[in-house]
Unconditional design. Structure first.
Length: 161
C-alpha cells in the first residue's frame, strides 16, 4: 500500500492537468515520476511499463474526481470561484474549460450510453460477499494462469518475493 500511496503523491506532484489524457502528458514528466519512484523503490527496475500503466489509471481517476467537483456547480463562474486547494487556479481553469467543451460532453454522453449497455461489472470483487480482494490476491489473480496457478513470468513471480 505504501508504494501505491507514493505513486499517487508523485503523480500529483508532476503530472500536469492541462492535458486531456495521460497519453498527452509530456515524456519528461513521466521520466521524472519514474526517476522519483526508482530512488525509493529500486525493486521496480524492469517494471516501467506496468508502473506507467498504473499511472495512467491513477491519472484518469484523479481527473474524474475533479470532474465530480466540477459537476457540483451550475455555472463556469461558480466553478472557477470554487477551485480545489490541491491544484493551481490555472490548472482548474483549464479543467473547467475542458469539462465544458463540446468534445468532452459528447465523449461523456457516449461513455454513459456504453456503460448502460454493460451487463456485468468490471469490478474485481467476490459476487457473493461483495468484498474486494486484498492486494496480494489481486496481484496473483492478474499474474498467475487460471488453469494451473503458474506465474505468467519470472518477473511477476520475483516481485512477490
Amino acid at each position: 500500500m505504501e508504494f501505491i500511496t507514493e505513486m499517487e503523491v508523485v503523480l500529483r506532484q508532476y503530472a500536469p492537468l492541462n492535458v486531456n489524457k495521460w497519453a498527452e502528458v509530456p515524456m519528461h514528466y513521466k521520466d521524472k515520476m519514474w526517476d522519483d519512484l526508482m530512488e525509493k523503490y529500486n525493486r521496480i527496475d524492469g517494471f516501467r511499463k506496468e508502473v506507467m500503466y498504473n499511472f495512467n489509471h491513477m491519472y484518469r481517476d484523479w481527473r474524474h474526481r475533479k470532474h465530480l467537483h466540477y459537476k457540483q456547480f451550475a455555472t463556469d463562474e461558480e466553478r472557477l470561484q470554487n477551485c480545489l486547494d490541491a491544484i493551481t487556479e490555472s490548472d482548474w481553469a483549464s479543467l473547467v474549460e475542458y469539462f465544458g467543451s463540446e468534445p468532452f460532453k459528447r465523449m461523456s454522453e457516449q461513455n454513459k450510453a456504453n456503460r448502460a449497455k454493460q451487463s456485468t461489472s468490471s469490478i474485481c470483487r467476490d459476487s457473493k460477499t461483495k468484498l474486494y480482494p486484498d492486494l496480494t490476491e489481486y496481484y496473483k489473480a492478474i499474474h498467475q494462469r487460471r488453469t494451473d496457478n503458474t506465474w505468467c513470468s519470472d518477473k511477476a513471480q520475483n516481485a512477490m518475493v
